[in-house]
Design a binder for this molecule. Structure first.
Ligand code: SAM
Length: 233
């Protein structure tokens, strides 16, 4: 049996590529975006009452990780990428039906537009449904998951003076907490766990319209080298 679903909206996100997006929501509070609703949900009626809610669940499609053949086992990056697990034991992006779910902060409600933060969503992510977070039902104080018992350990993020200056300037231009966004995302060490970077090796990712480049001057430390406008196209 098949069911057809269609998006109620799409996210315009600070994250323009998958690399360096936090692995779960809430890990980077400065990660912001706008959920743009599509007709007929782009009218005020569809979001009436939502201003009383601090957080929402978003159900979405991992539109850049869809696969024809379902996997039974996956290798979660969190486990170093070399240990396989049953797909239903993980939050891997490659999964049956390609459906993801994230709890995000609702900063502002407008007709047709929800301003959200703490997101882990790629730009253009199709949203299938939006539901209010209900603390009395959704907080489970006795819950445990010994595979993912705590948030990732953060590593220090240092800045080249020129990169910090650029980040402040672009943050003002974009009216976004750009320095915080870069620090919060890089502190989680986006590098694949199996790579041991040399100090010479540079990494990069796009945040908003900016290319951010960094390296590891010593193991477990990140230094941001450059924040420049991304080339168009
Ligand atoms: N919180 C969600 C969940 O549990 O279903 C997502 C968890 S998944 C491990 C998070 C990763 O999904 C991010 O780090 C990013 O690389 C990737 N991602 C986010 N949006 C995506 C999209 N639209 N298509 C493909 N991958 C995406």
């Amino acid at each position: 049996m098949t069911y057809t679903v269609s998006p109620v909206g799409f996210v315009r996100s600070c994250f323009k590529e998958k690399f360096a997006i936090p692995r779960q929501p809430q890990l980077a509070p400065a990660a912001r975006g706008v959920l743009e609703l599509v007709a007929p949900f782009d009218q005020g009626d569809a979001v009436q009452g939502l201003e009383q809610v601090s957080h929402v669940w978003l159900l979405f499609v991992f539109h850049q990780a869809l696969e024809d053949k379902p996997r039974l086992k996956v290798r979660p990056p969190r486990l170093g990428g070399n240990k396989s697990m049953g797909v239903f034991a993980t939050r891997a992006t490659h999964r049956p039906n390609g459906i993801g779910q994230s709890v995000v902060k609702l900063d502002k409600v407008e007709a047709g537009r929800l301003h959200i933060s703490g997101i882990d969503l790629l730009d253009g992510t199709p949203i299938l449904d939006i539901k209010p977070y209900v603390p009395y039902a959704d907080i489970i104080s006795s819950a445990s998951n010994s595979m993912a018992s705590a948030a990732p350990v953060l590593i220090p993020v240092q800045w080249a003076d020129s990169a910090l200056h650029e980040a402040h300037a672009h943050g003002l231009r974009l009216q976004e907490p750009l320095v915080a966004l870069i620090e919060q995302c890089l502190a989680q060490d986006p590098r694949p766990a199996y790579q041991t970077p040399t100090a010479e090796r540079e990494y990069g990712a796009q945040f908003w319209d900016l290319d951010v480049r960094w390296h590891y001057p010593e193991p477990g430390v990140i230094r941001v080298l450059e924040v420049v406008l991304a080339s168009q196209g």
